[in-house]
Design a protein around this ligand. Structure first.
Ligand SMILES: NC(=O)c1ccc[n+]([C@@H]2O[C@H](COP(=O)([O-])OP(=O)(O)OC[C@H]3O[C@@H](n4cnc5c(N)ncnc54)[C@H](OP(=O)(O)O)[C@@H]3O)[C@@H](O)[C@H]2O)c1
Length: 346
């Protein structure tokens, strides 16, 4: 599903560069929806933290398909949330890791100098971002700022899909499509951490990679259609939805759970038609068809921090780009062939 970015009360218009002497910062900004070339480097005003906010000096910011949809304004339905004619908030990006630069009066759990990761509400492709304290957790010891930035949205989506929607337990068979992508690479590792027998679906060039993430079995989609092997799975996390729903259901056990999770789709409604079809069909079958929208929860960020600290999950970072090359980072994500995560360093 593609509307994984949600605006929050803290998201405001692009801070204008203030009067002479006011603090400014470098950022990648967009004044209209469009392809990655709409992003321009600019000097803008530094956001000011409210009472419950933290000002983070951004070290790294991951970008993912949701950021691409919001940048392009397509599917058009994202504009209902992010601004009808132009983006309401001009700095893209949501996931970040960095160092606390200042805290609002009500923030007691964090202090300047702490390394944190989480979700911003004011954009992350910038030197500073304002973040509600509840959207942050300390970076686990030993994790680089780039690896930490790769975690929030994709790993949270994988965690909530595997644990909350599919209720994965030891011995369950789980199939993950897009296993080499941002969500899939976390989902393979998290399902393994929950004791499942995991099958990853990817292309030939990623077979060894997906195996190295811990997958017990790998299906190469360029030679084998997983819906036609005769194997059935308790859980299918379909991050790609390259095969029709009816075909995917053939690969699901009679009471299994299918999570259709691709945000890609038509120009107007994106994946909405597929989501509605799955919801309606769900009422007529014992199979559980459960599209979902991940929800940002600090407690889940702490759970992920534990999985990272114990080495059960390791972020897979494909490429890093400097802030000036943010358009290239978004273009690469938009092409849909990332191997793990794409991170912009600031
Ligand atoms: N539910 C939510 O709240 C939520 C939150 C976040 C993301 N999402 C959605 O989750 C989906 C996955 O996101 P992502 O970050 O992992 O990035 P992505 O760009 O969708 O995935 C990239 C990966 O998919 C692989 N892939 C492409 N076609 C494939 C196929 N037919 N079979 C298997 N793998 C294939 C690519 O491998 P090759 O290059 O080898 O083809 C690449 O490694 C997105 O559509 C996103 O919108 C949903």
């Amino acid at each position: 599903m593609g509307t994984e970015q949600r605006p929050t009360a803290g998201a405001g218009p692009l801070p204008a560069a203030g009067p002479a002497g006011a603090a400014t910062m470098r950022a990648a900004v967009q004044h209209r929806y469009g392809p990655p070339s709409v992003l321009e480097p600019a000097e803008v005003g530094r956001p000011l933290p409210g009472r419950g906010d933290v000002l983070v000096a951004v070290g790294a910011a991951a970008v993912h398909p949701g950021d691409y949809f919001v940048m392009t304004g397509e599917p058009y339905m994202v504009r209902l949330a992010f601004g009808l004619r132009r983006p309401r908030h001009g700095i893209p990006g949501r996931d970040l890791a960095g160092v606390v630069a200042a805290v609002g009066n009500d923030v007691t759990a964090l202090r300047p100098g702490d390394e944190v990761f989480g979700w911003s509400t004011t954009g992350t492709l910038a030197e500073y971002a304002c973040v509600p304290a509840d959207n942050l957790a300390p970076v686990p010891a030993g994790l680089s700022v780039v690896a930490a930035a790769a975690v929030p949205t994709s790993a949270l989506t994988a965690l909530q899909a595997v644990r909350d929607i599919a209720n994965v337990r030891p011995g369950r068979t789980v199939l993950v499509t897009g296993a080499s992508g941002g969500v899939g690479s976390f989902a393979v590792q998290i399902a393994k951490a929950f004791g499942a027998e995991v099958t990853g679906v990817c292309s030939t060039r990623n077979v060894d990679l997906v195996r190295s993430l811990g997958a017990d079995h790998v299906v190469d989609y360029t030679t084998t259609d997983f819906t036609r092997t005769g194997k059935r799975y308790d859980v299918i996390l379909d991050n790609v939805e390259a095969r029709p729903l009816a075909a995917v259901r053939r690969a699901l056990t009679p009471t299994g759970t299918l999570i259709p999770n691709s945000g890609r789709g038509g120009r107007w409604l994106g994946p909405l038609g597929r989501i509605v079809r799955a919801r309606v069909l769900s009422g007529f079958t014992r199979q559980r068809l459960r599209p979902f929208l991940s929800v940002e929860k600090r407690q889940d960020l702490l759970t992920l921090a534990d999985l990272l600290a114990t080495g059960q999950v390791t972020p897979l970072v494909d490429r890093t780009y400097p802030l000036d090359e943010a358009p290239d980072a978004l273009a690469y994500v938009g092409a849909g062939h990332t191997r793990g995560k794409v991170v912009v360093t600031v």
